[in-house]
Design a protein. Structure first.
Length: 183
């Protein structure tokens, strides 16, 4: 896993839980915490940090990962606004993940191992996103999707009728967004 993911985790932990929380998390996870954005680190090191956060916060692991996604995406939007400015709403942004955003991520962070999404766009109201990744971090995708809808000021309906963690061969994220009614 690329170091940028660890850097983002550190930033949101420090921001939301205080400066000492990151060091406490590193200690509890038994990791050293020296992450450079372009470095490659074992996936299990990230999961140790998530597990330590799960224990400390008494939250399920997937809830911690989802929280991380919701909170990391705004930092990415600030750091890389061109990815977001190229779109006017959530659906086209999500549809650009594989061909535009992930290809740019690979340029910025060589060696990045990003998930693969395929789509069912047959409904104008519902986007089905098929997620495959050996990491099985669909909760992170959910958090990113939630934050993307917030970024574009849209109301979101999101559920996951299929999940690799429940024995399915892929995760299916059912996404529906709409602009909120005028106040």
């Amino acid at each position: 896993m690329k170091g940028i993911v660890f850097n983002l985790l550190e930033a949101v932990v420090r921001r939301d839980h205080g400066e000492d929380a990151w060091d406490d998390l590193l200690d509890a996870a038994g990791v050293d915490g020296a992450y450079t954005s372009l470095g490659n680190y074992p996936d299990d090191e990230f999961m140790k940090l998530v597990g330590a956060a799960s224990s400390a916060l008494k939250m399920p692991v997937d809830d911690v990962v989802r929280w991380f996604g919701r909170n990391a995406l705004p930092l990415l939007a600030h750091k890389h606004p061109r990815f977001f400015d190229a779109h006017r709403s959530t659906r086209p942004f999500l549809m650009a993940l594989n061909d535009v955003i992930h290809s740019e991520v690979r340029k910025l962070y060589p060696g990045a191992d990003v998930p693969i999404f395929t789509y069912d766009t047959s409904s104008p109201d519902v986007l089905l996103m098929y997620y495959r990744s050996p990491r099985k971090m669909c909760a992170l995708a959910e958090g990113f999707i939630e934050a993307t809808a917030a970024h574009y000021h849209e109301e979101l309906s999101l559920d996951q009728p299929e999940c690799m963690k429940r024995g399915d061969d892929r995760c299916v994220l059912r996404v529906s967004v709409r602009k909120p009614p005028e106040q």
